[in-house]
Structures are given as C-alpha cells and as structure tokens.
Write a protein that binds this ligand. Structure first.
Ligand SMILES: NC(=O)C1=CN([C@@H]2O[C@H](COP(=O)(O)OP(=O)(O)OC[C@H]3O[C@@H](n4cnc5c(N)ncnc54)[C@H](O)[C@@H]3O)[C@@H](O)[C@H]2O)C=CC1
Ligand SMILES: O=C(O)/C=C/C=C(\O)C(=O)O
Length: 499
C-alpha cells in the first residue's frame, strides 16, 4: 500500500488509500486535485487528491467506528507498543520520510534528517513513555464523623480529534499531535497543509504497517475554509481540534467549533524577542541568536524576529549576526553543504517581500540581505529570499509588530533591564523569548518576566518533550507536551466513593 499512485498523493480513510478515480468513494468519479510544488525549484512534483465534504465525512465516521469497535479501550501497553513500533518503522523508512519532507518544503537534507524526521521518531517514543508512566489523580476527602470519601479521576479518550497542521515543520508538528492523541486512545482525522501533503500520507503507510486498526488514523487533503480544513473543523462528529498555524486561522477555527463547544488546543504565531545583555560572550550569543533567526529560513513559530541588544555590545552583536548570515549557504536541498532552504511558496515570499518594503518605508537600514537571490539553473524558479537584518526600526513599526515568518530580524538597542523587558513584552503575541546573559540571577529574573509560554536562557529551541509547549495572547490557547498533552487528549470522569 503506498501513498502515491503515479504522481497522485492520496487521502487515507478507514485504513486504505482512496483512489482519485473513485472521487469521494461514493461511486462518483472525479479528480478534484491540486499541485504539490517543490519550493526549491517551483516545479510541480505531485498531484494531490483534494477531499470533498463527503470524503471528510467518511473519515470522521470511520474514526468514530474505530473507537466504538475497541480502539478507545485498548490496553495502554498495546498502544504504547504500537507507538514504539511506529517509531522503529519511521527509522527503517527514514530516507523516504526525508525525501518526502524535502520534496514538499525544499529544506536542507541535514535539517530534514536531524530535526524533522528525527523528531517524528522522538515524538512517538516520548509519548509512549509519558502515557506508560501516567497515573491518575486521587484524593481522600475527610468527612464529618471521621468517615472519608475516595475521589479518583478516570481519564478517557477525548474521541475523534481533528488535527490541522501547517507547512513549516510538517512531519514534526503532525507527529507532535498524532502520537499523544493515539497514545491516549483517540482516533484522528488529519488535515495536513495543502503545501506539504507528503509526509502525512507516508505516515499512513507506516501506521498501517505496524498494525494500527483501520479508521484510527485518517488523512484528508485540501485547503482551509470551503475545503477539507473547513469541512473537518465544522463536522459535528469531531470531539476536539488541535491546530497549529496562524493566529487569524486559529481564530476562524475557534468560531467554527464554538457552536458545538468543543475543546481546542491552539499553537499560533509569534513575534519572538531575544534580549541580549552586555555581559554575554559575544561569539556564543551570536551563534545561538543566528540559529534562532535563520533556522528553517525563519519559518518556525519560535524564531526570533526582534533582537534587543544592550547598547554597549550592539555593534558587536550586529556585526556578528551579519557575519553569520554571510556564512549561510542557500542552494540545492540535497547538498550536505546547504544550510538554508527557500520559503514555502511564492505567495509567502510576496508576503515577506511586502515587509521588506515596509522596512524601507519606515527608514530601516538593511545590514544584510533585502533581496531575492539569484541561485542559477533550476533554483531561480524557487521561492528563495536573502536572510535579512535591519536596524533603525522601533516597536512602533509594523515590521517589528507583525509576524513575518521569514529569515529576518530587527535589531534594536536598549539601555536598562527594565527597558528591555518592556520592549520584549510590548507585543500582542506571547509564544517564546530568549535571554542572553552570563549573570545567572538576571537570566532567571528576565526569563520569568517574559510574557510568553516558553523562555530560554542562553539557548533557543532546546526541547524536552515532557515540558509544556504553547503560547499566550495571539500565540495560542492551552499547552501540549508531556502531561499537558494527556490533559488535552483525554477527558476525566471523577468518581467519588463514600467509604
Ligand atoms: N505555527 C506558526 O506560527 C505558523 C504560522 N504561520 C503564519 O501563517 C501565515 C499563513 O500561512 P498559512 O499556511 O496560510 O497558515 P494557516 O494558519 O492558514 O494554515 C494552517 C493550516 O490550517 C488550514 N486552514 C486554513 N484555513 C482554515 C480554516 N478556515 N479552517 C480549517 N483549517 C484551515 C490550512 O489548510 C493549514 O493546514 C504565514 O505567513 C505565517 O506567518 C504559518 C504556519 C505556521
Ligand atoms: O514542538 C516543537 O518543538 C516545535 C514546534 C514548532 C511550531 O509549533 C511551529 O513552528 O509552528
């Protein structure tokens, strides 16, 4: 069973891939589809079968039936063993996942291997461990007359979970949600981004190979409103939605599910700050900062787009970052030398270029970048952009207030710790921040003062999958990771027994 037939990437419903010739599978033939484009070249690499409303309905129905037919009640050990087999099988098919991720995103092979696919494996293993170790809350309640009651909470699967994910870290983010959802006994209907359909379909093959029952994992391809994403989140048969993507779409999904009052978990955009104090080891800080600005071509929700630097080291840090930007190698994703891929699409590059214009209008100085690079041959059809750093902007500028989602940052000086905290927190977002200092007390103090879900000190994107992950404000609702995932993907029933 394979995800692709010829150049079609197919939907996966009720344990089998749906042939595009079958239309939605109800006997009506149809080839509703869209192109999957390689962002490195701009060339189409596959055709994707777009699920219509009837197919989404079949996926939700299949998920419900799988729960009813026993998946929800499987022993924890059975589920965790299945997750571990899935991790092993992804490792066995590692190169296929790397290839699919690169075809969809154009990201460098080193990153696809070391971050994206490696994290997919880690996600399955981590949530097998978390669920295996999970206990249940219980309380002994004192009553009048010396009697007691025992309260304990039994956690049950949430049910059919809609998993809607974006294009920037497609496999990493998909498995970050699917692994705990399955570990907790849920069935899922996954809607990958229209830009990156490949790995979700490949994961369907793997999960079938390791024995996941039909209907527990379903994939519907398509777009947002008026397509698979809209049909799925509006479906009355879903019991919750976990979503990663833009704040605007998160708000739309919230409106869609509101009439049925379903739980949502949202990890949304960011406009993340780094705060750099003058006691840092400049070289070390520049290494970390440069990663935080340029990783995945700036397309990680955690990436830094605002760098506040204490005035006396401002020129050193700025110079160091420019030098690091110069070391980045844009080019063939399959080359081991390439460090930096393209943006996901021409549409997204147009958005980022719009901010280049806004920066110019605001009087910014471009320290490096600011252009579309010419890379030659096939790559000039791709959606490449130069890593770009600005000075001369303030928190009042749109470039400093809005999520750009590219390899860009504004560098802004500050004088005091209090001022730096104020500048960093002056945002509607609240996802992540990093603090760079050699003063341990200051590191703790400033990190704790950040109005964000995750604050790092002298590092960035260092992940322990047991810790809570998510944001405040426009950056999201709820947390996932470790116990937080268990809480989202289950519903407790509290039992009280008078003893
Ligand atoms: N985690 C993050 O911080 C991310 C932020 N973004 C930001 O969002 C901007 C737009 O990127 P998009 O790909 O359009 O992200 P998006 O948030 O619109 O899309 C994410 C997912 O939601 C689906 N979707 C879109 N509209 C929907 C709807 N009404 N109902 C249900 N599902 C829906 C999409 O098909 C995709 O699977 C980017 O320029 C970037 O700034 C994008 C990806 C990830
Ligand atoms: O779970 C992680 O380690 C990373 C998550 C990143 C995002 O959610 C994102 O870039 O959207």
């Amino acid at each position: 069973m394979t995800a692709e037939t010829g150049r079609w990437i197919r939907n996966f419903v009720d344990g089998r891939f749906v042939d595009p010739d079958d239309g939605d599978g109800d006997g009506r033939a149809g080839h509703r589809g869209f192109d999957a484009t390689d962002p490195a070249t701009g060339l189409v690499h596959a055709r994707v079968h777009e699920a219509d409303e009837a197919l989404v309905d079949r996926a939700v129905t299949a998920a419900r039936r799988a729960l009813r037919e026993g998946w929800a009640d499987t022993a924890v050990r059975e589920r965790t063993e299945l997750l571990r087999r899935a991790a092993d099988r992804i490792e066995e098919r590692f190169d296929e996942f790397v290839a699919a991720e690169i075809a969809d995103t154009g990201k460098p092979v080193t990153q696809a291997r070391e971050l994206d696919v490696a994290r997919a494996v880690a996600n399955f293993r981590a949530f097998a461990d978390v669920v295996a170790a999970a206990g249940q809350e219980s309380f002994l309640t004192d009553l009048a007359g010396g009697r007691r009651a025992l309260n304990y909470a039994v956690r049950k699967p949430l049910g059919v979970v809609a998993v809607v994910v974006p294009w920037n870290l497609p496999l990493l983010l998909l498995t970050w949600k699917v692994a705990p959802a399955l570990a907790c006994g849920n069935a899922v209907v996954v809607k990958p981004s229209e830009e990156t359909p490949g790995t979700a379909a490949l994961l369907a093959e793997v999960l079938a190979e390791v024995g996941l029952p039909a209907g527990v994992y379903n994939v519907v391809h398509g777009f947002g409103g008026g397509s698979a994403g809209g049909y799925l989140t509006a479906h009355p048969g879903i019991d919750g939605v976990t979503f990663t993507g833009s704040s605007a779409t998160g708000a739309q999904v919230m409106r869609t599910v509101a009439p049925r009052v379903r739980p949502v978990s949202f990890e949304l955009g960011g406009k993340n700050a780094a705060v750099v104090f003058d006691d840092v080891d400049v070289d070390e800080a520049v290494t970390g900062l440069s990663r935080s600005v340029f990783a995945n071509t700036g397309q990680v929700c955690l990436c830094t787009e605002r760098v506040y630097v204490q005035r006396s080291v401002f020129d050193d840090i700025a110079g160091g970052l420019v030098e690091r930007a110069g070391r980045l190698r844009l080019g063939d994703p399959l080359s081991e030398e390439t460090t930096t891929g393209p943006l996901i699409s021409h549409a997204h590059r147009d958005k980022v270029l719009g901010y280049f214009d806004l920066a110019e209008q605001a009087g910014a100085t471009v320290l490096t970048g600011g252009q579309v690079p010419r890379l030659g041959a096939d790559l000039d059809g791709g959606s490449w952009i130069e890593p770009t750093l600005w000075t001369g902007l303030t928190n009042a500028d749109r470039v400093v207030r809005e999520e750009i989602f590219g390899p860009v940052a504004a560098l802004i000086p500050f004088d005091t710790e209090e001022e730096a905290i104020g500048l960093a927190n002056d945002t509607d977002y609240g996802l992540a921040a990093s603090v760079w200092t050699n003063d341990l007390r200051r590191g703790h103090r400033v990190a704790q003062a950040m109005n964000v879900g995750m604050a790092w000190v002298n590092t960035w994107f260092l992940r322990d999958l047991r810790s809570p992950f998510g944001g405040v404000g426009l950056s999201g609702l709820g947390r996932e990771g470790g116990e937080s995932s268990l809480h989202f993907y289950t519903e407790p029933t509290n039992v009280c027994v008078q003893l």
